[in-house]
Design a protein around this ligand. Structure first.
Ligand code: BG6
Length: 490
């Protein structure tokens, strides 16, 4: 389906995200014929670039990221640039003049998307100006796309939301969580709600626990300044991890409309049992990587990084036990874990089913493994079901077998894929895979209680995990105390 004519205005167009994700994604949509030929991309940035300088920048990004270079030149004919000062009205008036011109040249019908791919401190100022200086005053649709972080905690997120809402309505706001654009994250609902064999078992009678791991091998790299104010809890848990929890735990929506799906997700977030004060130490584990060797190469510890305090209390790893207090999930822990500089780059969900009531196949060497449903989100994409079967010609000895389905395994982590889907959704006006304010609000209020405790107590054991490991010892204890273990499933 082709999109409507649209002007896509990217704030922060000279930045990293635009170059690595946004231009390549728009280009892919263009190549696939999904993007209306009536489109224009207007890059906005502080740098004094000419249109030509910007076009060259877009060309470099596309040449580096795309296999097919066939239509790069025609795509670039739709790309423009305006240098800009975010707090100066004159700057917005110039921007409006150019936007109106492009609107006419490409017959864009006044449809506009404002994509804020830049430092969050400017979000509010920009949206104020977009309205005050008339950029949102068109005959078409206006949509605002905002990158994370959406605030730093609940109070700052609320203040930001309030400010943005003066210029855009909730329906016009598309808050990006790029995990929601991942193929297999989108598949969670489909696996659950399109298969008769899972949904009847999807509750505390048959599931013993659910584990979500999103591990990374890279360290914090050059993002020390941001990361010091964030840490893994805000960077990954508040958004990506809790979004996956919501999708796994939600009730079947009455239909697949944006409102229905989002409201079911919100209900999960509302049912999460708050953890606060000393309890945090019981339910959550924080970690920070030290220095060491990975594949025989020395790597720095987190505290050695640029713009990082040498005594930093910031966590680069979080593991936690999330409980959902409702009829379906009472008593089933959702274990989450995420961190930097771990052994593998991988995101996986493991649903562990309860043991069968009685084991007829007991033998000394080998007890029965539980059934597991593994959803592979990245780098491989697919589903594996772990079953027990009989070993050939060995009496009744059982052996674990796997049923696997592999979706297109595009190699490449954080590929433009997710952004491509999300940009497309935004252009066609489908906000389902974006986070509603109610979701953001609920997840901050959950996370704030944990960060309050962590910020008020210094973690003396930091650094407490070796680079290339799966995190601190205590993250294993978190599960073993409940009689579980993290499944290392390939
Ligand atoms: C981002 C975080 O939201 O997600 C990064 O800010 C993190 O710190 C990234 O590296 C992980 O995304 P992905 O798609 O590579 O799992």
């Amino acid at each position: 389906e082709k999109t409507q004519p649209t002007l896509i205005m990217i704030f922060g167009a000279t930045g990293d995200l635009a170059k690595r994700k946004l231009f390549p994604s728009l280009y892919q949509l263009y190549l696939k014929g999904s993007l209306s030929t009536n489109f224009a991309m207007l890059g906005v940035g502080r740098r004094e670039w000419s249109h030509d300088r910007f076009k060259e920048h877009v060309r470099e990004s596309l040449e580096a990221s795309s296999h097919s270079k066939e239509h790069i030149e025609t795509f670039i004919e739709h790309s423009f640039y305006q240098s800009h000062d975010v707090s100066d009205s004159d700057s917005y008036i110039q921007l409006k003049t150019l936007a109106d011109q492009l609107d006419e040249t490409f017959s864009l019908k006044g449809n506009r998307i404002f994509y804020l791919a830049m430092a969050p401190e400017f979000f509010g100022t920009i949206t104020d100006h977009l309205k005050q200086d008339g950029l949102t005053d068109t005959d078409g649709f206006c949509r605002l796309v905002i990158e994370k972080p959406f605030g730093h905690d609940l109070p700052s997120a609320s203040a930001l939301n309030k400010q943005i809402r003066q210029s855009f309505s909730e329906e016009q706001i598309y808050r990006i969580d790029h995990y929601l654009g991942k193929e297999m994250v989108q598949n969670i609902e489909v696996i659950r709600f399109a298969n008769a064999i899972f949904e009847p078992l999807w509750n505390n009678r048959f599931i013993s626990n659910i584990q979500i791991t999103s591990s990374e091998t890279l360290g914090v790299e050059e993002r020390g300044r941001y990361y010091e104010t964030s840490g893994a809890l805000r960077d990954m848990v508040q958004n990506h991890m809790l979004q996956m929890v919501a999708l796994l735990a939600m009730e079947p929506p009455i239909n697949l409309s944006t409102d229905e799906i989002r409201s079911e997700k919100v209900r999960v977030l509302r049912a999460m049992r708050p953890v606060e004060g000393k309890e945090v130490d019981e339910y959550f584990v924080r970690g920070q990587y030290g220095s060491g060797k990975v594949n025989n190469e020395p790597v720095d510890g987190y505290r050695d990084g640029e713009n990082v305090d040498s005594q930093s209390n910031t966590e680069t790893f979080v593991a936690g036990k999330v409980l959902i207090d409702n009829f379906r999930w009472a008593g089933v822990p959702f274990f989450i874990r995420t961190g930097k500089r771990m052994a593998v780059k991988s995101t996986k969900i493991v649903v562990q089913f309860k043991d069968i009531p009685m084991n007829l196949y007991y033998n000394k060497e080998h007890s029965l493994d539980p059934n597991l449903l593994v959803i592979h989100i990245q780098p491989d994409e697919g589903v594996t079901l772990h079953l027990n079967a009989k070993k050939t010609s060995e009496g009744v000895n059982t052996k674990p077998v796997k049923l696997s389905y592999s979706a297109s395994s595009i190699d490449g982590i954080n590929t433009p894929e997710a952004y491509e889907k999300l940009l497309y959704d935004c252009i066609v006006g489908d906000a389902t895979n974006f986070t509603h304010w109610d979701e953001v609000r609920k997840s901050w209020s959950y996370v704030d209680k944990i960060s309050d405790h962590w910020e008020s107590t210094k973690e003396e054991s930091f650094p407490n995990y070796a680079p290339g490991s799966m995190g601190p010892e205590r993250s294993f204890k978190l599960l073993s105390d409940d009689g579980f273990e993290w499944w290392a499933v390939g």
